[in-house]
Design a protein around this ligand. Structure first.
Ligand code: KG4
Ligand code: ZN
Length: 340
């Protein structure tokens, strides 16, 4: 079945078409178009919600049409439209959701709302469709830092979350203080490669016995170090990154032990970080569990992961609910939606 994914929750407009096998977990990405708004927000040092909505609106129609043309299909070939409806910037979400509903209504194709975090987690299945449950998934992005246990398709349990900043947000803010251009995370990673990770002893927060995270203290410590030692940006970046990853790794190890997971997965923008990928791979090996990670391009926001998560929800519906109905289009957008 062909599934069209639409993602507009933050500053990436993305449209994807996935070919999903009905009898197995196999999914093929036919097309995954991503248009980043990075330049539009660069001047302001962060995402401006009003600009994000307008930029989505400017490009979404041509992106949809290009995806359809490149996939050599007509809209009526689609079995389902999967669209991110939460969480995210409400005005930005509204653009994607309205387009998804309009396409659905015009061509009588069922429309499936998708939780953005379920989308990130689903990116692991694009790499390993038959991964073993329970999977412990580390969700690390600009807006989220969570440990989720996935016990089966569409079954999630949140084990831990950040009590303040998301880890990607901390990467971005420290990068800004150190004077690196946006996007902060990837540029901080590049600078860290040239620095000494042991130059500064930034303590990682420890919220034991919970599996929660905290990044505001580390962010402040790195900012204060920059004020004292303005010429040591690479060392501060390397020491910050080491401590940020240490905190993630410690909680992942504890959760793997406590919940007897069979697989460790990672996802979200920060999962594109090379040092984090290497650490998590080593941890999985040491703890004797399988390891999966999405391609780097599928770590940051994209519609292929939304189509995958939408497919998992859609195929679980009773046959009658898999038919197009106007009533099913009554879902709304939400800025926040807890995953469990
Ligand atoms: O998943 P994503 O595209 O958007 C959200 O849902 O938030 O994640 C974006 C976040 C940003 O904070 C960005 O700086 C971070 O992911 N990021 C990275 C790297 N690439 C992206 N952080 C550290 N190292 C990277 N290589
Ligand atoms: Zn995201």
């Amino acid at each position: 079945m062909l599934i069209c994914g639409i993602e507009t929750s933050c500053d990436e407009t993305s449209v994807a078409i996935l070919d999903c096998d009905e009898d197995s977990n196999r999914m093929e990405i036919v097309i995954n178009l991503i248009s980043s708004q990075l330049d539009a927000h660069a001047l302001f040092g962060g995402v401006v919600p009003e600009i994000a909505s307008r930029k989505h609106l400017e490009i979404i129609h041509s992106l949809l049409e290009t995806a359809r043309e490149k996939a050599h299909i007509s809209w009526r070939d689609l079995g389902c439209i999967a669209v991110t409806h939460a969480p995210g910037l409400v005005g930005a979400l509204l653009v994607g959701v309205t387009c998804g509903k309009a396409l659905s209504f015009a061509h009588e194709i069922p429309c499936q709302p998708v939780n953005h975090l379920e989308g990130h987690i689903a990116s692991n299945f694009l790499a390993a469709p038959d991964l073993k449950f329970p999977m412990l998934c580390l969700v690390v992005s600009g807006g989220h830092c969570e440990l989720v246990l996935m016990t089966g398709f569409n079954q999630f349990q949140r084990l831990g979350k950040t009590r303040d900043d998301a880890v990607g947000e901390a990467f971005d803010k420290v990068a800004r203080v150190l004077g690196f251009p946006q996007p902060g995370g990837p540029n901080l990673e590049i600078a860290a490669r040239e620095g000494d990770a042991n130059a500064f002893d930034f303590k990682a927060s420890n919220l034991e016995p919970s599996l929660d995270f905290s990044y505001s203290g580390l962010k402040t410590a790195a900012s204060q170090a920059q004020k004292k030692f303005p010429d040591r940006a690479q060392n501060i970046a390397a020491s910050f990154q080491k401590s940020a990853i240490f905190q993630l790794d410690r909680n992942v190890r504890r959760a793997l032990r406590e919940y007897s997971a069979a697989t460790l997965g990672i996802c979200g923008g920060v999962a594109a970080n090379g040092a984090l990928r290497e650490t998590m791979e080593n941890t999985a090996r040491e703890m004797n569990v399988d390891f999966v990670m999405p391609d780097k391009i599928l770590c940051t926001d994209n519609a292929a992961m939304i189509a995958a998560a939408g497919w998992f929800r859609f195929r679980a519906l009773p046959a009658a609910q898999r038919e197009y109905s106007l009533q099913a289009l009554s879902f709304d957008v939400h800025s926040v939606l807890p995953i469990a």
